[in-house]
Design a protein around this ligand. Structure first.
Ligand SMILES: Nc1nc2c(ncn2[C@@H]2O[C@@H]3COP(=O)(O)O[C@H]4[C@@H](O)[C@H](n5cnc6c(=O)[nH]c(N)nc65)O[C@@H]4COP(=O)(O)O[C@H]3[C@H]2O)c(=O)[nH]1
Length: 947
């Protein structure tokens, strides 16, 4: 926490020292890798280069040796040819008759003349055969006469050769020999000895043809220009100490001079060849006479007594090899340089990478520290660290703000120095657990800050040093006061009704479970009262929801005030309340409470708009264990069943649950299931009840009343199934069917030539709310070609008040069709006179309950009278329904009521029965005025009045 000078720095130092690697250090493993990757290939390259060079040298030597052997072979062939030619030259000499004759003459008469003649002959022969000399020798090899001038060049091998030739009696030749005169140049000769017939020439047995071998030798020693430079040839001969080489020199363009050169045995290549160290015809190395390094190869020159050697300068032979070697070496060097460079680059790269990594790590750490600092100070949690002794070593900015002290004041202090003893002890205890277990701990604390109690959620974890040992405690504390408040609010919302503040369904359910549990143990009674406000919907619809809500709140307060503290009062939703009463000793105590509740509800409720609302309540009671319920759910179900019964029994009362109620509920469910199939099974039928002119008794119209002929069960009263159909939504389809059926019936009457009465159809609230009543009516009227004047729609007050604007539009659309509108049950709801003026109503229908009062109570007709007067004041027609007695009829007639409907004039009846009435043209009051067996005839049904 550098900015604040907080001990965040101390933490930074700790983090930096953690396990940093040696900077730029190359590990032995890295060096080994580099050595393996680059050293080994480099060594292989160099070795391969070396082997290449050596192989090249070896190849060159082998090639050179082959070439030299081939050249020597060629030279040898040349030499053999020359020898063969010489043999051919001397062939036949031993049979040369002229020569033999002259020889014989000379042998027999060794006169000068004979000698001269023989010598001339030999000279001629020498010329012809191009010999260097021709000798006649005796058996000891001593020359007797010769053809050339000058002294005879001695050949020490002649005696031996002469013996051989004579013994074998065939031509033989000796080795090439050189004249060894020290003064002039030497000449090489070859003596070919031809034995002469002995009986002829005893004493002169051999003719020696001496050939000059110089030319041939000179040809042998002609140098050869090969690919590896000039090949030089040498004839040589070795004795014990010296090697004599024959050098051929052409002097004057024709004669070849030879010289014998003694060579040192040591370094001259010929000496090595002569020694045969590496075998005959093997390549030898040495120097030549001038000291130049030479490669040579020597082979015996056949039948000459000499060796023939060929040599080339080593430099010329290896020149290309050295060139290749130089290239290879260069390539090797290049490869080595490359390998070295690559190795260096790799090493540098690795070093660079490692440096970069270290730098990145360092930066990362710095960033992390910065982040830590930013996080610790950026959060609205208190972040802190303490040493093992509980002294603060770090606090973030928020922690300082929370404690309202500068950092310097806080560092080094412990919790006892900063907080009250009790919370401090708890904090220290948590620290102790963290230090002892090395495990994080969390807890919630409450601390007084600025005189206000705050809730904190704290997580504490061990603070570890670089070696992993626990050196203190690290903590984060979050102010969760608001969260706690929200939680409490959510809790309230989850368990309490927002409007009345009473426990809601879930909390009441829980309390009921608890109460039952307690009752089970204490063997006491628990009762529940399911309360429904009668007429609440009407209040809501007529006065608006705010008024409804206001009334609910007032009722909730009243009920709460009537109950004991330990009783639970809850609102389950809408106008449903539930009371749970514990510890009853007998069920009758529940009835006392119920009566109290009824009284409380029945009192007028003053509303803020100045008006007063009058409502009653219906209550269903279930008592544990008397009703045999096992749990809360069953109790609620039974109390509901009792509530329905209470409502059925006329409201503003209570009803205890009995087992029969459950049977009723089941029957209702079955009824509902059967109702859903009634339309498709065509089980509905319309009955018609006459509405007659009060004065004339003529039938002015009929009310279409729905009947359900339930399969297997007979006729079901609309009072039973209409509410069910309303609840399930089936009423919309059923209502449409009624309209269709009524129109169809009118058409039937029309087609039958009967003047049909006006038919009033009942419309349900849901059907009206669909908003398409005009479309449905128009469709039906069009399909059956029914004049709109024959249709009347009966609405109830509550339908109109729900959404007046929408109602106004729909009613005007109906009026536009030409349909009459009648307001049913008028006076029972919260009748608003304003609506009567606003909506295009034609007729008011006085509710049966008002009619029933006539004649039974003093001034019982007052309400009916008022409705009649009001209707007429508003120019509306008025019709009274449920008229059963002539007194009622008379009273209504006296008051000016326009039309009458009731058993007195006819019960609802099937269409064929009505047809008879229609045919009769008037509605008479008779003993049996209807065929509808749905309702029992009233007391006046037996009276017959003819109108
Ligand atoms: N005690 C007695 N009762 C008389 C007398 N004259 C007529 N009533 C009965 O009073 C009810 C008049 O119908 P409501 O007020 O529209 O009351 C109707 C109406 O609200 C509803 N309802 C009947 N048919 C339909 C229908 O097609 N559609 C809708 N939505 N509701 C219908 O069912 C209610 C009951 O119908 P119902 O059982 O047919 O009962 C009829 C009728 O039979 C009388 O002199 N004495």
């Amino acid at each position: 926490m550098p900015g604040a000078g907080c001990p965040g720095r101390a933490l930074s130092g700790t983090m930096q020292s953690e396990g940093a690697p040696s900077p730029g250090g190359r590990t032995p493993r890295e060096s080994l890798v580099v050595l393996l990757v680059f050293g080994v290939p480099a060594a292989v390259i160099v070795a391969a280069g070396l082997v290449g060079v050596l192989r090249r040298v070896s190849d060159v030597r082998a090639q050179q040796a082959d070439a030299m052997r081939a050249v020597i072979g060629l030279k040898t062939v040349g030499w053999r040819l020359w020898l063969e030619e010489r043999h051919n030259d001397v062939q036949g000499l031993h049979a040369d008759a002229d020569l033999l004759l002259q020889l014989r003459e000379w042998v027999q008469t060794p006169s000068d003349g004979a000698r001269v003649a023989l010598k001339a002959r030999l000279r001629l022969l020498r010329q012809t055969m191009q010999c260097a000399d021709i000798l006649l020798i005796d058996q000891q090899g001593r020359p007797l006469i010769h053809a050339a001038d000058g002294p005879v060049v001695p050949n020490e091998k002649l005696p031996g050769l002469a013996t051989l030739a004579v013994t074998q009696m065939q031509t033989v030749h000796g080795d090439v020999f050189a004249s060894t005169t020290s003064a002039g140049p030497a000449t090489a000769f070859l003596d070919m000895l031809v034995p002469l017939p002995g009986e002829v020439l005893s004493g002169v047995p051999v003719l020696v043809m001496r050939f000059d071998a110089g030319r041939s030798i000179e040809r042998l020693m002609h140098s050869w220009q090969g690919s590896s430079g000039e090949a030089r040839f040498t004839m040589f001969r070795a004795d014990a100490d010296t090697v004599h080489a024959l050098q051929a020199t052409r002097r004057d363009g024709s004669a070849v001079e030879l010289s014998l050169v003694p060579l040192a045995r040591s370094s001259h290549w010929l000496a090595a060849a002569a020694r045969g160290d590496q075998g005959a015809r093997s390549l030898v190395e040495g120097t030549d006479s001038s000291g130049e390094a030479m490669l040579g190869l020597a082979a015996e020159l056949p039948e000459s007594g000499w060796m023939l050697g060929v040599s080339v300068a080593s430099g010329a032979v290896y020149a290309s090899t050295w060139g290749d070697a130089a290239w290879i070496a260069l390539a090797d060097l290049f490869a080595l340089v490359l390998a070295g460079g690559a190795a260096r680059a790799v090493l540098q790269h690795r070093e660079l990478r490692s440096e970069r990594r270290e730098r990145a790590e360092q930066e990362e750490k710095l960033r992390a520290l910065g982040l830590l600092d930013a996080i610790a100070n950026g959060t609205s949690d208190a972040v802190y660290a303490k040493d093992r002794q509980g002294r603060y070593i770090y606090l973030n900015r928020f922690a300082c703000l929370m404690l309202k002290r500068p950092l310097e004041d806080l560092l080094g202090r412990d919790d006892f120095a900063l907080f009250a003893h009790e919370p401090a002890a708890l904090m220290v205890e948590t620290d102790r657990q963290v230090l002892a277990t090395g495990q994080p701990q969390s807890r919630e604390d409450q601390l007084k800050v600025d005189g206000e109690l705050h809730s904190y959620h704290t997580v504490k974890a061990p603070l570890r040093g670089p070696d992993g040992s626990v050196i203190g405690v690290f903590g984060i504390s979050r102010d969760i006061t608001d969260l706690k408040r929200s939680q409490a609010r959510l809790d309230r919302l989850a368990h309490y009704d927002e409007l009345t503040g009473l426990p809601n369904r879930s909390l009441v359910g829980l309390r009921l479970e608890h109460a039952l549990e307690h009752s089970r143990r204490a063997k006491s009674r628990t009762a529940i009262l399911s309360i429904d406000i009668d007429g609440f919907k009407t209040i809501n619809d007529s006065l608006g929801h705010p008024a409804g809500d206001e009334m609910l709140c007032v009722l909730a307060q009243r009920l709460r005030a009537r109950l004991r503290e330990e009783d639970t009062l809850g609102r389950l939703g809408g106008d449903e309340f539930l009371v749970v009463i514990e510890g009853l000793s007998e069920p009758g105590e529940a009835a006392v409470v119920a009566r109290d509740v009824l009284q409380a509800v029945a009192r007028p409720v003053p509303l803020s708009n100045g008006s007063e609302a009058y409502v009653t309540a219906s209550i269903g009671i279930s008592v544990y264990p008397d009703d045999g319920c096992a749990n809360a759910m069953e109790m609620l179900r039974d109390a509901d069943a009792a509530l329905y019964r209470a409502k059925e029994e006329g409201r503003n009362g209570f009803c205890f649950y009995t087992r029969d109620l459950n049977t009723d509920a089941k029957a209702k469910l079955e009824l509902e299931a059967a109702l859903s199939h009634a339309l498709e099974r065509d089980e509905f039928v319309l009955h018609y009840q006459p509405q007659v002119d009060a004065r004339t008794g003529r039938m002015a119209g009929v009310e279409a009343l729905l009947r359900w002929n339930r399969r297997g069960a007979g006729m079901v009263s609309p009072g039973q199934f209409i509410p069910l159909a309303e609840r399930s939504g089936l009423i919309v389809a059923i209502g449409n069917w009624v309209i269709e059926a009524a129109c169809r019936q009118i058409r039937t009457w029309l087609d039958a030539g009967v003047k049909p009465p006006r038919v009033a159809v009942n419309v349900s609230a849901r059907q009206f709310a669909e908003g398409d009543l005009d479309v449905v009516l128009r469709g039906a009227m069009r399909r059956h070609r029914v004049p709109a004047a024959l249709i009347e729609v009966e609405l109830t007050e509550s339908m109109l008040v729900h959404d007046p604007d929408k109602t106004e539009i729909l009613l005007s659309r109906l009026k536009a069709l030409g349909i009459r509108l009648s307001l049913d049950d008028f006076g029972t709801g919260y009748s608003s006179l304003g609506y009567l003026q606003r909506f295009p109503i034609d007729t008011l229908k006085i509710d049966q309950s008002f009619i029933r009062r006539i004649g039974t109570q003093p001034d019982g007709g007052a309400l009916a009278d008022a409705v009649i007067a009001l209707a007429h004041r508003l120019n509306l027609r008025v019709i009274a329904e449920g008229v059963e007695t002539p007194q009622q009829h008379q009273h209504l007639l006296d008051q000016g009521c326009d039309e009458i409907q009731g058993y007195l004039f006819g019960k609802p009846m099937p269409a064929p029965d009505l047809l008879e009435r229609l045919a009769g043209g008037a509605c008479s009051i008779s003993g049996n005025v209807g065929t509808d067996d749905m309702h029992a005839a009233g007391p006046a049904a037996a009276t017959a009045i003819a109108v």
